[in-house]
Write a protein that binds this ligand. Structure first.
Ligand SMILES: Cc1cc2nc3c(=O)[nH]c(=O)nc-3n(C[C@H](O)[C@H](O)[C@H](O)COP(=O)(O)OP(=O)(O)OC[C@H]3O[C@@H](n4cnc5c(N)ncnc54)[C@H](O)[C@@H]3O)c2cc1C
Length: 225
């Protein structure tokens, strides 16, 4: 299972920061902590999305599949930046950790087939390495199920938007788990993050009040057309 570490560069007081930045433009007294917090809360409730881009988040995602990280990379709002563990320079010849989906793990025969396939890929890589072929070419065999590591920087707005898509019941199970881990990690980082996670990190049907997906899970009704 993957894990998320929130790095110290992350804004500790995102709501207050929003209030301070907005206050500058409103000619307000930005030395008053209570007023800054209240102004930040007003910006959130009013949906003034641009102000949500001030709080920065730095995190390390480790142990998730390359497949879920491929989906993670589609969230480009706010110009996030990230670096990922190299498949050119890391030596995977002794083995690569991989994610086993719960439904496969729960089925003994399926788990055996899955694990043996991974082992077969590894054997192929080792044979190619023995033939002294370039590691960057051998790495083409690595599967989407392999675990990877990403160091990531984004802002609050990007993560709220991501939560709407990826906390949807229709989203890929591993991404939903990743979002739960993210909520847990951010919620533990500070009280202001805890508030944001509890009130703003929700599936999109909680925002719209109805389901926008073609195949509805029943959590909210479909919109009457
Ligand atoms: C059930 C489900 C199934 C999915 N299936 C697939 C699939 O099969 N294949 C696939 O590739 N993806 C799939 N996705 C992912 C999804 O379609 C999006 O690619 C993903 O959510 C990231 O894009 P985004 O627009 O939501 O987020 P972001 O790119 O982070 O954008 C966030 C917001 O910023 C704004 N924005 C971003 N970029 C621009 C821009 N260039 N111009 C103007 N405004 C911008 C928009 O308002 C946007 O809503 C699926 C998601 C779900 C929940």
């Amino acid at each position: 299972m993957g894990s998320i570490v929130i790095q110290n560069e992350t804004t500790p007081d995102p709501i207050s920061l929003i209030g301070r930045e907005a206050g500058v433009c409103w000619g307000a007294d930005v030395t008053n902590k209570e007023k800054n917090y209240k102004r930040g809360m007003d910006c959130l409730a009013s949906g003034h999305g641009r102000t949500w881009e001030y709080p920065q988040v730095y995190m390390i995602l480790d142990g998730y599949s390359a497949r879920v990280i491929r989906e993670f990379y589609t969230h480009i709002g706010g110009g996030p930046t990230r670096l990922q563990a190299s498949t050119r320079y890391i030596n995977y010849q002794k083995g690569f950790p991989f994610v086993t989906p719960p439904k496969i793990a729960a089925n003994e025969e399926a788990e055996k087939i899955y694990r043996q396939t991974m082992e077969e890929i590894l054997r192929g890589m080792q044979k190619l390495e023995a033939m002294e072929l370039p590691r960057e070419d051998i790495g083409m065999l690595l599967p989407l199920g392999m675990e990877t590591k990403v160091v990531f920087r984004t802002n609050l707005r990007n993560l709220i938007d991501m939560s709407h898509q990826r906390m949807c019941t229709r989203a890929y199970w591993e991404y939903r788990g990743l979002m739960q881990d993210m909520c847990q990690a951010l919620g533990s980082y500070s009280e202001e993050w805890k508030y944001l996670v509890e009130h703003y990190f929700v599936p999109k049907c909680e925002v719209t009040g109805f389901c926008t997906e073609a195949k509805c899970c029943g959590r909210k009704p479909k919109k009457e057309s």
